[in-house]
Design a protein. Structure first.
Length: 68
């Protein structure tokens, strides 16, 4: 299932503390590192950089995100 999320979209995802909410910062289509974790994103396997209201950032695969 391909999700077409774009910058600014409100999303939620499962987190260690339950469910987290935030917004899409950008679509990641190349490898990157965030908080010491390698994100193996590519054009064929993109991930989304998301940010909570508290300013915490993480990268998630499209299937892990739900549009709010």
């Amino acid at each position: 299932m391909t999700k077409s999320l774009k910058k600014g979209d409100a999303v939620s995802w499962k987190s260690h503390g339950g469910e987290a909410h935030g917004k899409v910062v950008k679509k990641v289509t190349s490898p990157m590192t965030i908080k010491g974790h390698k994100v193996a994103a590519s054009k064929d396997n993109p991930e989304y950089l998301v940010e909570t209201e508290e300013g915490k950032r993480a990268a998630h695969k499209p299937g892990a995100l739900s549009r709010d």
